[in-house]
Design a protein around this ligand. Structure first.
Ligand SMILES: C[S@@+](CC[C@H](N)C(=O)[O-])C[C@H]1O[C@@H](n2cnc3c(N)ncnc32)[C@H](O)[C@@H]1O
Length: 472
């Protein structure tokens, strides 16, 4: 501010140069953290990029370091997650509809509103820095608009905005929770349905805003969880016998020696538990031919492949997408695993597998905490098509499993249509019967009434994995 005033005073009265020249003369604003955050939002919007994949490049490009890295990350991820709430507030403070606001300006307003409502950055600093960001990227005219909008945003706290704009919690508890926790309503509705009511809904939605700890899986036969914890500085996981938890923000786990050497893999503990559940039910007779019907990128194939290899058996890993099949090949190096690029619904298999995993493509609503923008990217219209594919894959799995064998149906989603809906539909059309999957998650609390298992971030600290076990 004072810089601008000084410059104005140095000019004779009424002799302002034309605006364009004044802009050109202005030194570039140095705010690499907010610039990196803004460019991340832009990439997410324009290129459907994943914020967590593009941000590191933006940080490098703008030479963001030290505490600024944490600021850029917080602003970029936070503004992606809270988009619905931020947009509702911005719309209320703007004299024009959001669709008529320049998209890059809207991204900057989201960053500014996020700072005002959800950070401890003082209001005047949040407004000032965002207005400068807009001036640098979009020019002085839009900076004036940004200033006016953000000053109105800053007149209320987040809680005050929620009580002004959210649906009445008594009349519409799901809509209220969705607004308050910045989730699309259809997702909050699905969570409430899966939880059997709204008592835990706030906790379930809030968990999607938490930064998850990194989970590692020790490869069975190579290293124990205790050894892995010792060499990585982590802690043995509470439920998975192969799991290790690292503190959130403890660096790139891909660079850990144990991961680079293939003794361990980065894998959510819930994903480990769902894969391990397949191995628990007793089966009579042979138990050497296992199948992973949707294997890419290979997290569960690695765990199952290691276990079946130790027992002298084999795992066939089917994956439709060639590049993901390559990831399975590299994840399962050294194991008795055969990778096939094929459609799991029809890959010409003999009907003789003992254990089959169907880790079906899904909405991914169980892993929203991992991808800041993902809750706003999918729509309820995606569910129907996925459900059709999920049913077909589960039916195919049952047909290639031998009598007495076991199938695990797994999705990383709590959406009832993708979980109980799919399994119950298929059960009605086949002779398979469900097992009580809870018995195959030893030591895991709060698993409800069964027979299926639904894990939750707010209950278990895992992704919201669903698992059903069916006996053929
Ligand atoms: C949820 S992911 C599986 C994750 C994997 N099991 C893991 O733990 O790393 C689902 C996978 O199924 C693959 N897929 C989708 N349609 C398929 C089909 N018809 N047949 C086989 N694989 C399919 C997708 O490409 C995706 O890699």
């Amino acid at each position: 501010m004072s810089r601008e005033r000084g410059r104005d005073n140095s000019r004779p009265k009424n002799s302002r140069p034309p605006r364009r020249r004044a802009e050109r003369a202005k030194p570039p604003v140095e705010d690499p953290a907010r610039t990196a955050a803004l460019e991340t939002l832009r990439a997410v919007r324009e290129r459907d990029a994943y914020a967590n994949l593009v941000l590191p490049g933006m940080l490098r490009r703008h030479r963001v370091s030290g505490r600024d890295t944490a600021l850029a990350t917080e602003l970029a991820y936070g503004a992606c997650r809270a988009r619905g709430l931020l947009d509702a507030v911005i719309a209320d403070c703007s004299d024009r509809p959001l669709e008529r606001i320049d998209p890059l300006l809207l991204d900057a307003l989201r960053l500014g509103t996020y700072q005002l409502l959800r950070t401890r950055i003082p209001g005047h600093a949040a407004v000032g820095a965002t207005v400068e960001l807009v001036r640098t990227n979009s020019g002085s005219r839009l900076a004036g608009f940004a200033n006016a909008v953000l000053r109105r945003v800053g007149e209320r706290t987040e809680a005050e905005w929620v009580s002004r704009l959210a649906p009445d919690p008594d009349e519409d508890p799901v809509g209220h929770a969705a607004f308050r926790h910045a989730h699309p309503r259809w997702i909050a509705r699905a969570f409430a349905d899966a939880l059997g009511g709204t008592a835990e809904l706030d906790a379930a939605l809030a968990a999607d805003d938490e930064r998850p700890a990194v989970h590692l899986a020790a490869r069975p036969g190579e290293i124990s969880a205790d050894e892995l914890a010792a060499v990585t500085g982590g802690d043995p996981a509470p439920y998975s016998p192969y799991g290790v938890h690292l503190e959130a923000g403890s660096g790139d786990p891909g660079q850990l020696e144990a991961v680079r050497e293939g003794f361990a893999a980065v894998q959510d503990e819930g994903s480990q538990l769902a894969a391990l559940a397949l191995t628990h039910p007793e089966i009579e007779g042979s138990d050497t031919r296992w199948l992973d019907l949707c294997a890419g990128p290979g997290g569960k194939a690695n765990l199952l492949g290691a276990l079946v290899t130790l027992d002298g058996g084999t795992l066939d890993a089917v994956e439709q997408a060639e590049h993901r099949a390559e990831l399975v090949t590299s994840a399962t190096q050294g194991l008795s695993v055969t990778v096939r690029v094929a459609d799991g619904r029809d890959f010409g298999a003999p009907d003789s597998y003992d254990r089959v995993l169907v880790d079906a493509p899904c909405t991914g609503l169980g892993a929203l905490r991992r991808r800041p923008e993902s809750r706003w990217r999918r729509g309820p219209e995606d569910v129907e098509e996925l459900v059709r594919l999920q049913r077909e894959l589960l039916r195919a799995a049952l047909t290639v499993t031998r009598p007495g064998g076991v199938v695990a149906y797994v999705v990383c989603s709590p959406h009832p249509e993708e979980t109980t809906g799919v399994v119950n539909d298929v059960l009605r059309q086949t002779d398979a019967r469900e097992l009580d999957a809870r018995a195959c998650f030893p030591g895991v609390p709060d698993l409800g009434e069964g027979p299926f298992v639904q894990l939750w971030p707010h209950r278990h600290g895992t992704d919201a994995m669903f698992c059903a076990l069916l006996r053929v």
